[in-house]
Design a protein around this ligand. Structure first.
Ligand code: AHG
Ligand code: MN
Ligand code: MN
Length: 366
């Protein structure tokens, strides 16, 4: 079949106008009988890209390095917190948590700045874009957005947290500085997206628009090793994930859907760290919801740093991601760097089931 350029991702692939139906990467050249490190995998996948100058490869590797550094500190922080509580209370969990948000942010920025593979960065922790000066004569074509530490309130209770990232190709002239518009592209324009989960083991999961692959950090060799090839979310499940404590603040259609989940004896799992909840769903199936509440009428989660990258991953794994107005997350037009949105993401049959409830009840008065 003829190879064409996928406009969304700049990938060499068969004609694939929407990411959800991109052809999976050809993993046949990736050995199954020995350890494949993240670096090797990234290098072997480089040929999938039209713009195979090595920039994106370098960028993904930089993120892998930052993830290892953050992982080291996150692990230590759990230990420090346990000692802090038992000892003098010197290391207050609030302080540590705040420091870790800042620490993760700084390490990511640092790692991305060092190699010059990126021209500008936007982070959940910074009000504005951070311009990255070119390294030597290199002109970078990529911008990166991230949530450096997701679910950071979990740190002080030694539970899972994560890092989420999204990579886009800049649209402005590469000779000048990147512009805000480079960051306000819709999620369909993501070139790559992924997360790192600092859990019982540390995993890096990413997509470049041709399926999803997961790598587990082997601490004995300090490398992320391919452990989850071509991840596919189960088509259906009986598990839902939502902060049900806000039940009375949800709109009618959401309350009806949650009643339905309860009537059907669906299991409820909610960690309070979106990366962890979405990771579980990616592997076991289910639906994650963060709808509108009275406190956050537009939803709490951020479109650019959280929802878009996880929506791309979920679609690439065969799942769906909509807002509660039933718009595909990846099609939403961003207008602000820190814009929030509602989200329903997970197994396709469960997202469809929710869609039916929204269509049936959203017109009724509250
Ligand atoms: P962050 O730590 O980056 O601010 O994100 C926290 C988010 C997300 O990870 C999680 O799903 C959600 O907040 C939990 O919110 P509630 O405590 O309101 O349930
Ligand atoms: Mn977050
Ligand atoms: Mn965060």
């Amino acid at each position: 079949m003829a190879t064409t350029t996928n406009k969304n991702f700049g990938l060499k692939s068969e004609k694939t106008p929407y990411i959800g139906i991109s052809a999976p990467a050809d993993l046949s050249t990736i050995p199954t009988n020995r350890i494949v490190t993240l670096d090797e995998f990234i290098l072997r996948s480089e040929k999938d890209f039209v713009y195979a100058t090595g920039e994106l490869t370098g960028l993904l590797r930089d993120i892998g390095v930052a993830a290892k550094i953050i992982n080291r500190e996150v692990n230590k922080a759990g230990l420090v917190n346990i000692l802090g509580v038992a000892d003098s209370g010197e290391n207050q969990s609030g302080d540590t948590q705040q420091k870790l948000d800042v620490y993760a942010n700084e390490r990511l920025i640092e790692c991305l700045q060092n190699s010059g593979e990126v021209c500008a960065i936007a982070s959940e922790e910074n009000d504005d874009i951070i311009h990255v000066p070119p390294v030597g004569s290199k002109q970078s074509h990529y911008i990166v957005m991230f949530d450096p530490l997701d679910g950071s309130s979990n740190i002080d209770v030694n539970m899972s947290v994560g890092t989420i990232f999204a990579i886009y190709r800049r649209q402005s002239d590469p000779v000048g500085p990147a512009t805000k518009e480079d960051f306000l592209q819709s999620g369909t324009q993501q070139v790559a997206a992924g997360y790192v989960l600092y859990g019982t083991s540390t995993m890096l999961v990413y997509t470049t628009g041709r399926g999803v692959n997961g790598f587990t950090l082997d601490p004995s060799i300090g490398e992320f090793c391919l452990s989850h090839r071509n991840m596919r979310v189960p088509e259906n499940s009986q598990t839902y994930s939502v902060n049900q404590g806000y039940y009375s603040k949800f709109d009618l259609e959401m309350r009806r859907y949650i009643d339905h989940c309860s009537d059907q004896n669906y299991g409820l799992r909610y960690i309070g760290s979106m990366v962890s909840d979405v990771h579980r769903i990616l592997i076991q199936g289910g639906i994650f919801l963060y709808p509108s509440t009275r406190k956050y009428p537009k939803g709490k989660l951020r479109l650019l740093y959280e929802c878009n990258p996880l929506a791309m991953l979920m679609e690439q794994a065969g799942g769906k991601a909509l807002n509660t107005h039933l718009k595909r997350i990846l099609d939403l037009a961003p207008h602000d760097l820190h814009q929030r949105c509602t989200i329903a993401i997970g197994s396709p049959a469960m997202v469809d089931e929710l869609k039916n409830f929204i269509e049936r009840y959203s017109a009724l008065p509250l």
